[in-house]
Design a protein around this ligand. Sequence first.
Ligand SMILES: [Fe+2]
Length: 184
Amino acid sequence: MNENNLKKKNLINFGPSGRAVAQPMDDSLLENFFEHLTMERFANVQYFSMYLWFQERDLNGFASHFLGESQGEMEHAKKFADYLIARGQRVKLDEIPSPVQAWDSIDDLISYSFNMEADLTSSLQQLYSISERFSDTRTNVFLDPIVEAQTKSEDEFANILGKVKFAANQPSAILLIDSDLKKK
Ligand SMILES: [Fe+2]
């Protein structure tokens, strides 16, 4: 490597935020990042609203589980935003839809959560394939542990859904699941 070239300041790229950038990000990848960030922020608000729904019904185990999920989604949003900043980007925050607050049953609510997790996984897979297409290895490496954690989230919700379906709205069975979730 030519040492003189490394010393030339004018060889450095600067991103939209003014920070030094080693590899610029493709526009379509960036757009997908912003969309994914919105999904994580929506999940944060949606889970918070589910926390409230269970609190209102004195199902405190379910409530604390959803509060934890809500906080987890904010952590994910932060992780994505921090990554974009590390890549010299400016973080665009889009409007997030209002959360669903009315549910016919616990089964409905958990099914919705499972689908939301599955959508988040699809969005991650999309980010993954776009970054592969542009040889943005940094992004692939960043996404690897996130995809793994996301698969675990799907598994957790599938597990809760299985129990809730088995309980078939019987109060005593629901209370057992509730106290089980409290212990976690
Ligand atoms: Fe997430």
